[in-house]
Design a protein around this ligand. Structure first.
Ligand SMILES: NC(=O)c1ccc[n+]([C@@H]2O[C@H](COP(=O)([O-])OP(=O)(O)OC[C@H]3O[C@@H](n4cnc5c(N)ncnc54)[C@H](OP(=O)(O)O)[C@@H]3O)[C@@H](O)[C@H]2O)c1
Length: 250
């Protein structure tokens, strides 16, 4: 990163998809506490607006809700335009929104092609499209970070997690390729597996799991913020596992 203009902590603008609950909300609140500007995306408008209010109360310099579906091509330019017009140039882009597909999860050959397609659209094509717009602007400005929230299903072949696993494996490689092509422009891209967390997604996929055995989204969010802020901890092109990262002190 030779010519980057990565702004100081409190000047940063962060776009987070899937920010209405779970890990995305925790990330939004972690950045709010650092005084960042936030563009928060989810489909459920009242839910994401509620997180915007929480973020303002927690210290966000600016917070804006964008009700949109990242799996829809037409939504992408609106997300980017609204985020940049209201919040400003984006320094950190977090691809966190994701779908598992219908529960209970089906074996691969029982998976409807449309459900497989939807997993790819939300989990890979959406991030690709958003990176095309936001990443290009970030590269032109000479600095920023793009984070891809992955899963262990990207590397382990879990029966019934087929469409999701394939989409997350593709997302991992998207993270590497974005880094390979944009590192010279000052954009650092990496993937991170957050580990099993106590969220709505986990409750839906694994009903009855003991919450005490799962990570808290707030703790995982702190680790991800640390990885975003520290290129030594999260070098460009890396695939990290949040639970095995060096312990986070603050
Ligand atoms: N929880 C785990 O144990 C676990 C393990 C490994 C990886 N992960 C990954 O961690 C990330 C966060 O998961 P989570 O557990 O926090 O999930 P979650 O609690 O279900 O939250 C998902 C968020 O994404 C939004 N979202 C879903 N589909 C969307 C779409 N098409 N367009 C825009 N927003 C959308 C949801 O809001 P709306 O429904 O309102 O759109 C919500 O804000 C995901 O990438 C997931 O794959 C989670």
């Amino acid at each position: 990163m030779t010519n980057h203009h990565y702004p100081t902590k409190s000047e940063r603008n962060v776009l987070i998809t899937g920010a209405s609950r779970g890990l995305g909300r925790a990330l939004a609140l972690a950045y709010a506490a650092r005084g960042a500007g936030l563009a928060l995306v989810a489909r459920d408008a009242p839910a994401v607006e509620a997180v915007v209010r929480e973020a303002r109360a927690a210290g966000a310099r600016l917070a804006h809700a964008i009700a949109a579906d990242v799996g829809e091509k037409e939504a992408i330019h609106r997300i980017a335009a609204e985020a940049q017009a209201v919040v400003g140039s984006i320094d950190v882009l977090v691809h966190n929104a994701s779908t598992l597909g219908p529960s209970p999860l089906a074996l691969l050959l029982d998976t409807e092609c449309e459900d497989f397609q939807r997993a790819i659209e939300v989990n890979v094509l959406g991030p690709f499209r958003l990176t095309k717009v936001i990443g290009a602007a970030t590269a032109l400005r000479g600095g920023g970070v793009i984070v891809h929230v992955s899963s262990d299903a990207a590397v382990e072949a879990y029966p019934r997690w087929g469409a999701y696993g394939v989409s997350k494996a593709a997302l991992d490689h998207l993270a590497r390729l974005v880094d390979a092509e944009l590192a010279d422009a000052g954009v650092r891209s990496f993937a991170i597996d957050p580990g099993e967390m106590d969220t709505a997604m986990h409750r839906e996929a694994v009903p009855g799991a003991d919450p005490d055995t799962l990570a808290r989204p707030d703790d995982v969010a702190r680790r991800i913020v640390r990885a975003i802020e520290d290129p030594v901890l999260a070098p460009g092109g890396a695939r990290l596992v949040a639970t095995t990262m060096a312990e986070v002190v603050s």
